[in-house]
Design a protein around this ligand. Structure first.
Ligand code: UDX
Length: 425
């Protein structure tokens, strides 16, 4: 089938390439000529494991092409995926201007029946608003708007898109639903068919529930610190109950990234607009915001104040496997250390930051040279497999603060480090 994907960010590009894997012909449309040029030449403008190979494969097989030609792209395709960004506005709600401007574009050029599919994360009711915007531009040509949210994790987007836990299709039109079934005909995962409103809410509810699990375990980790109990044992002990499940119970410095902070905040705002305080999510947000500061209090306490100390921060990305630093707890930690008068050395395997107050190093051993403490924020494999004996011989004082509970405490203690995790006695 001929599919158009509007927006060639990580969601749009992954969606398009995975649809190619399922046998469809895909056009990627973007207003940014540079992105289109790069993608057409097989180059990605962001880092995502496995995607460059998939891009080159489908370019070579002529399954995917990229264009800035809006009119032709809209007229030649029956399925149109909207995959543009919905960033957080100052008031916490989602900024839908890109979604509506794409809807307007579709209305302007649409020449025959189209299924317009929203993959961007949008508040409940957006499918109907998109419909109104298209209708206002073009009242003659029939079309339907479907909600088909994505659940991709950065760093494993290709795997997630190829093996989804479920596909959610929200449609109020039988014709569009039938066409979507055809599009997903080779899908072996469960398909949840529902209304557009429910599909939109499923997306926010999924991310908010996962964020809730993380904040729950993070708050419990603070209790574990007080009670000399190991939080990882709690996670294991509760996670084996299949009603709870083992995932997203890893305590640490808190969640970041482009989705959880934005979506929790958006759902709180959506509820407020309905006149309801979603207090449980307000608490989730509060715990997450305070977690880096809780962690830094430990650093301060154990190394005897922060002012004048030299600290190595390992990891800037919000999690391993991505170069994304949006809402990364590392940025909060770096800013706070700088403001408390520390000299900060930073290392990340792929991220470079532009912060004149810190020194960034290409090699981790240079970053830890002579420091008073090492603070690990992103659990990149490179750090987990580091020669810590060698690190010990380089540092000024042997203090490690593990913001991800990812290092082997016993091994580090044996080498002579003072180790502190979160909820790790
Ligand atoms: C998330 C959702 O998982 C995905 O379904 C959605 O489409 C987009 O948002 P992503 O933001 O890429 O994906 O990353 P994810 O792996 O979910 O991690 C989010 C944050 O939670 C990271 O900062 C991660 O370090 C943190 N996290 C995750 C924890 O602190 N503990 C955990 O147990 C799991």
């Amino acid at each position: 089938m001929n599919v158009l994907v509007i927006g060639t960010g990580y969601v749009g590009t992954t969606t398009g390439l995975v649809l190619c894997e399922k046998g469809h012909k895909v056009t990627g449309l973007d207003i940014d000529e540079k992105k289109v040029e790069a993608l057409s030449a097989g180059r990605l403008h962001f880092y995502e494991k496995g995607l460059p190979e998939l891009l080159r494969k489908h370019l070579n097989q002529n399954n995917i092409s990229f264009t800035t030609d809006v009119k032709t792209a809209i007229q030649q395709n029956d399925f149109i995926f909207i995959c543009v960004g919905t960033p957080k506005k100052k008031d916490g709600s989602a900024d839908l201007s890109a979604v509506y401007s794409v809807a307007k574009m579709i209305g302007t050029y649409m020449n025959k029946y189209k299924v317009v599919i929203n993959k961007s994360t949008v508040p409940v009711g957006t499918a109907s608003k998109v419909k109104e915007v298209i209708e206002a531009e073009n009242g003659k040509v029939p079309f339907d708007v479907v909600s088909n949210p994505e659940f991709l994790r950065e760093g494993s987007a290709v795997y997630d898109a190829l093996h989804p836990d479920r596909v959610v299709i929200g449609s109020s039109s039988k014709k569009a639903l039938e066409m979507m079934r055809q599009l997903y005909v080779s899908e072996t995962s469960p398909i949840v068919e529902t209304t557009p409103n429910a599909a939109e809410l499923i997306k926010y509810a999924s991310n908010s529930f996962l964020a809730l699990k993380i904040s729950f375990i993070n708050q419990l980790a603070r209790l574990c610190d007080m009670m000399q109990v190991d939080i990882d044992e709690i996670s294991k002990g509760i996670g084996l109950d299949h009603r709870i499940g083992p995932h997203f119970l890893k305590a640490g410095i808190g969640y970041g990234g482009s989705c959880f902070p934005k979506d929790v905040s958006a759902l709180i705002t959506i509820a407020k607009e309905e006149g309801m305080i979603l207090s449980i999510l307000e608490e989730v947000e509060e715990i997450n915001k305070s977690q880096p500061f809780y962690f830094l209090e430990k650093v301060e306490k154990h190394i005897g104040g922060l002012e004048g100390k030299s600290i190595a921060v390992l990891g800037v990305a919000f999690k391993p496997g991505t170069d994304d630093t949006r809402e990364s707890p590392s940025l909060v930690v770096i800013d706070e250390l700088v403001s408390k008068g520390c000299s900060v050395n930073v290392h990340d395997p792929i991220v470079t930051i532009t912060n004149p107050s810190v020194k960034q190093f290409d090699h981790v051993f240079d970053a830890v040279d002579g420091v008073d403490a090492i603070v690990l924020i992103t659990d990149w494999d490179e750090y987990l497999n580091l020669d810590w004996q060698k690190v010990k011989s380089t540092v000024n004082r042997p203090y490690i603060f593990d913001g991800r509970n990812a290092l082997n405490k016993q091994e580090l203690v044996n080498i002579g480090f003072h180790y502190e995790g979160i909820g790790k006695p």
